[in-house]
Design a binder for this molecule. Sequence first.
Ligand code: PCD
Ligand SMILES: [Cu+]
Length: 806
Amino acid sequence: MTETESREARTAKLEGLGTKRKRVEDARFTQGKGNYVDDIRLPGMLFGDFVRSPYGHARIKSIDASAALALPGVKAVLTAADLKPLKLHYMPTLAGDVQAVLADEKVLFQNQEVAFVVAEDRYIAADAVELVEVEYEELPALVDPFKAMDADAPVLREDLAGKTEGAHGPRRHHNHIFTWEVGDAGGTQAAIDGAEVVAKEMISYQRVHPCPLETCGCVASMDKVNEHLTLWGTFQAPHAVRTVASLITGIPEHKIRIVSPDIGGGFGNKVGVYPGYICAAVASIVLGVPVKWIEDRMENLSTTAFARDYHMTGEIAATRDGRITGLKCHVLADHGAFDACADPTKFPAGFFNICTGSYDIPVAHLVVDGVYTNKAPGGVAYRCSFRVTEASYFIERMVDVLARKLEMDPAELRRKNFIDKAQFPYTSALGWEYDSGDYHTAFDKALAAVDYQGLRAEQAANRQAFARGDTRSLMGIGVAFFTEIVGAGPVKNCDILGLGMFDSCEIRIHPTGSAIARLGTISQGQGHATTFAQILASEIGIPASQITVEEGDTDTAPYGLGTYGSRSTPVAGAATAMAGRKIRAKAQMIAAWLLEVHEGDLEWDVDRFVVKGAPERFKTMAELAFAAYNNVPPGMEPGLEAVSYYDPPNMTYPFGAYICVVDVDADTGVTQVRRFYALDDCGTRINPMIIEGQVHGGLTEALAIAMGQEISYDELGNVHGASLMDFFLPTAVETPAWETDFTETPSPHHPIGAKGVGESPNVGGVSAFSNAVNDAFAHLGLTHTQMPHDHWRVWKTAERLGVAEA
Ligand code: PCD
Ligand SMILES: [Cu+]
């Protein structure tokens, strides 16, 4: 029983925490062998497609489906009238509102679902959609959220007539959804009234869309004989979908199986429940054959979820030497036609109350008003945990605006107001308890890495050259520091439709020492099969390559709340470590039995239990796995399995320092990102290579949002930006080379100290880009200009400031 391998060699073999392990899922993805929902083809399967509204607001006078039904190959046309007797014409939203599955008497946004055509294939379905005759009476459209609560604003939600109580408190107008207030109103006003300096600004974060490469879709298959419904689909939260499906269809939950196969990017888009899922399920129940529904790109961009659309007015108070003394914020939140925001129940504006950011602000007050407009519903967390990118953008712009007013360097102002390392755990003025942080160290590392002083000197020279007429290019430096809040979350304050937001992991060790772990989360490209195996490898001493990670099938996976809000690592990752520790505890008892010592006389060493003081006496995990099946202590059950349902005691608070350098051509508005440096601190790093990939992806989405993405509406309610002709999706050509860096401040409450990271680059990135563009014009008197900073808008800014050549 002697072993010559060193501890280092044995550790390396595990490919555990901190290893740049190659992604195991990429073998199938890079060979085109992934299995996405549209790859599912079942015998006799039909295809469903929607008839959609051309109007933003209109009354439906009649629907005539006879011509469509006469087309060979068409099997059914569903309308609200068909769903009504089943009580399925409306469905509950995640935000406590209801949403029309098929428009009931009225349409409330362009491209809203009006009828569902089911045919033999998608081509016949598309032809039939054209044959459905809908007669509309156009109504005035409401697109400006600032006019939503005017006395004479059109009534949008007739189904809510007379309802003065919403899911989040009283409603004071027919287009009002909720008002959410947090913080100290009086104290904040006093701080502002008594302040030496106050900066005020209205900051809009435009409506955008996550636009994953794969659109949303599902296959519903009702087995009438066994009364069993299977639904494959693009679901970021498969178990929650099962529970909701059971509640709204009345099919018992054990007769429903939800499967999320490979998913081609989620980014929050696939958290919600959409009419297509319900219609496909109803059609399959009615027709008794499988029905597939897959959106096209325009349907995805214009109907299934949007993100942001927050209009944030802030006042920030400070002393003349730059100590922030108070923060006030009012948000007008445009939720579109139905409140389908994907947020934990008690947070109608998500975690927007993280808007005091990374700064020690003594007093703050926040009011959010949600309103209805004639736009698509949604409000998803497009790569940011529940409205955190909005909050971070708000505070990071406000701090820059304040710096301008104080004529102080924005980096210096930030440094001066950071929460100090010694203050953690830190309770913010709006009520969050930040678990850990070391902002000064991270920030100083970032400033040194880019030679911040050197950049400012170069910028001063550039401005002189510009004034002399030697260059037409303006240099901008964007500094951003963010604190994310991820890992929803403690069941005591986070639930979705009453389901507490814990997560889970179940592990089975096979006799030969390999294992399978199943989780309540679901990867959409993040690489969970790679990283969760790494957590386990370090916990139980079985090489990651011998651990299969499986997610997404509700028949096999333990109950969990899914993957979004960067919660998988903080919650399911913690469950994985805890389940691993249970395995190890049982293995220790078996080892003690086999080695004939007391349990307490054993110590864990990488992949084995060793008798203290007798290193030649040990049992490896592989040996213990086999013993678990044939030689366990008397009275112990055989086998080696464990499950953990983990309710985190707190969220985790990753943070980071991002610096962006842009060159702006004053005559064309063309911006060139010269340099982008991103330092992230996500606590213990599981897989540095995956983290780097996550940061690259998130920064690319941040670039997209800051520099071009927008879903806008004209005054008639026509949606613009609903195709990739005008919705900006950066390719390698527009994407700069990213520089990444890190510090490592573990979470004190997470079993392995890890925090989330997937969303961070978006949260910090958008502010860094926008601050850079604003900074390029700062010396000309600009305090704030609205995103997206596309060439046209940037050129308009230059023109307004009198520096663009006509
Ligand atoms: N410390 C640490 C952390 C983390 N990690 C890693 O990284 C990743 C991530 O994580 P997280 O942060 O935890 O997250 P998750 O939960 O997993 O996921 C989610 C996210 O994720 C991101 N990323 C991504 N990627 C990809 N590829 N795809 C996708 O879709 C996506 N999405 C996005 C989003 S948007 Mo939301 O939904 O909006 O709310 S949220 C989100 C994984 O793998 C993990 O493991 C590591 O390594 N370490
Ligand atoms: Cu968000």
